[in-house]
Design a protein around this ligand. Structure first.
Ligand SMILES: *Cc1c(COP(=O)(O)O)cnc(C)c1O
Length: 346
């Protein structure tokens, strides 16, 4: 990449190895179950996530919505964090596809807790009440923080008590595993189903995985067809996905380290506010004490002139920089220098 693109880890291009594997991949019609590369990817994805079976899906949103659609009867209720991707960034799909009612919990910036879930579970016979059909957790959270295993286990216990399934939105599952220093399956053991993305920090161009019990995945395969997600010679995409899972998953600590170094450098800029404790994966959030008086568009333009792409700030005035495979340690110094130049008026 000749630009330094910090907008997200979704901007990652496929690696040269991926492009070569894509060109050479054996393929077949996957709707007939004939694509050997897709089958290999699904088997490998199931094994590393500790689930019986897995399904290749076009996107993370598709995988999450397919999970809701497969787990939940229409009109039932899903308990989840108000700030999670399913509530905030999936275009209201849960109402359209699964036809469920989302029950968002205001977690006040913390992770969804077992207590909060327990208080909201509705499994009685009162005809006024929707019945809870699913609990969703997100790890790593898209705010860049990681939920520990104890918190996940506690939610699992509440779910078991009420015979409810748990779906894990693990778009960045392997970032969470890397941050916690555990295998992914130690996290996924607390969920019935899990979605994880191949196309974020893992650099595959397209695709996500939904994994879970075989019966669930069989039904999800049917529902995927209904949603228009039956793919034909998808082996050209799965070939990149295999490299994502076999190789790119193992290098995420480099992105995390770069994020920490970047956060420290930014923190040294006078007036800069960086919450270093919240830098747990590949995301750095920061604001400046003079943020209100600063022309945000000018900042974005200033960075762009230096070959650095960033997004504008969120509603809270925070900027987010995301590190990934195409951001090197040298880039980190360049980025910090550019931010420093802007805030010092150079
Ligand atoms: C990116 C993301 C998704 C959705 O993935 P897409 O491939 O962009 O649809 C879901 N959940 C979380 C937490 C994400 O960060």
């Amino acid at each position: 990449m000749n630009v330094i693109d910090l907008r997200s880890d979704t901007v990652t291009w496929p690696t040269p190895e991926m492009r070569a594997a894509m060109a050479a991949a054996p393929v077949g019609d996957d709707v007939y179950g004939d694509d050997p590369t897709v089958r290999e990817l699904e088997a490998y994805a199931a094994s590393i996530s500790g689930k019986e079976a897995a399904l290749f899906v076009p996107s993370g949103t598709f995988g999450n919505q397919l999970a809701l659609f497969t787990h939940c009867p229409r009109g039932s209720e899903v308990i989840l964090d108000e700030q999670c991707h399913i509530v905030q960034h999936e275009a209201g799909a849960a109402a359209v596809i699964a036809g469920v009612q989302l029950r968002p919990v205001d977690c006040a910036g913390k992770h969804l807790s077992a207590d909060c879930v327990e208080k909201r579970v509705r499994v009685g016979d009162d005809i006024h009440e929707p019945k809870t059909s699913l609990i969703c957790v997100e790890n790593a959270h898209s705010n860049g923080t990681v939920m520990d295993l104890a918190a996940m286990e506690a939610i699992r216990r509440v779910a078991d008590k009420h015979h409810l399934p748990v779906h894990l939105d693990g778009a960045r599952l392997f970032n969470a595993a890397t941050a916690l220093g555990v295998q992914a399956r130690e996290i996924t053991q607390f969920a019935d189903s899990v979605m994880f993305c191949l196309s974020k920090g893992l650099c595959a161009p397209v695709g996500s995985i939904l994994a879970g019990p075989r019966k669930f995945i069989d039904q999800a395969r049917r529902n995927r067809k209904l949603m228009g997600g039956g793919l034909r010679q998808a082996g050209v995409l799965a070939a990149a996905g295999l490299i994502a899972l076999k190789e790119m998953r193992l290098r995420l600590d480099a992105d995390h380290e770069n994020a920490k170094v970047l956060a420290k450098m930014l923190a040294e800029i006078p007036g800069m506010r960086v919450n270093l404790d919240s830098v747990q994966i590949n995301m750095v959030y920061f604001t400046h004490e003079n943020q209100a008086s600063i022309d945000e568009e000018a900042f974005v333009e200033f960075m762009k002139d230096k070959g650095i792409l960033i997004n504008g700030s969120d509603a809270g005035g925070n900027f987010r920089f995301v590190t990934h495979n195409w951001i090197t340690r040298d880039h980190v110094a360049t980025i910090a220098r550019a931010v420093g130049d802007f805030y010092s008026g150079d």
